[in-house]
Write a protein that binds this ligand. Structure first.
Ligand SMILES: [Zn+2]
Length: 158
């Protein structure tokens, strides 16, 4: 068996009058993430990790923010397109691990739903999709609630 590993990182700014969507789950909060698509920072980090594992570039290349086609796009739909690129090359996902860094709101109650949603799109078992959440201990921009960031690692097998 051959394996490949990829890592991904993303950050989006928090702003009023936007929805907060993480891992495809809409979370009630007074702030949401700003972006051309739905700004689902977790899903974006996972997509970049999948592309990175195959040295296929990053999501900006496939879904440029300058293209009106992706305005308000559902990131889970973009994730399924990235998954197809992986499958077309004969690879499958072994597992994903990820971390969301957010000062607020409390994400723990939403983690299982995120894992189910992501696993559903990627046709994986939820136990192949790790999602963790932490705060930034009030440090830096994320700690000041100016944004939310996410990190992901993906292992691919062939
Ligand atoms: Zn993003």
């Amino acid at each position: 068996m051959t394996i490949r590993i990829g890592n991904g990182y993303d950050i989006h700014r928090l702003t009023p009058e936007r929805k907060l969507i993480l891992g495809g789950v809409e979370i009630t909060h007074e702030l949401g993430l700003l972006g051309h698509s739905d700004a689902d920072v977790l899903t974006h980090a996972i997509m970049d990790a999948m592309l990175g594992a195959l040295s296929l570039g990053d999501i900006g290349h496939y879904f440029p923010p300058t293209d009106p086609k992706w305005k308000g796009a559902d990131s889970l739909m973009l994730l399924s397109q990235v998954n197809q690129l992986v499958l077309d090359r004969g690879w499958k996902i072994g597992n994903i691990d990820s971390v969301i860094v957010a000062e607020r709101p409390k994400l723990k109650p939403h983690i299982e739903k995120m894992r189910e949603k992501i696993a559903g799109v990627l046709q994986l078992e939820p136990n192949q999709v790790g999602v963790k959440a932490t705060t930034n201990e009030k440090l830096d921009a994320v700690g000041r609630e100016e944004g939310i960031c996410a990190y992901a690692v993906v292992l691919l097998e062939k």
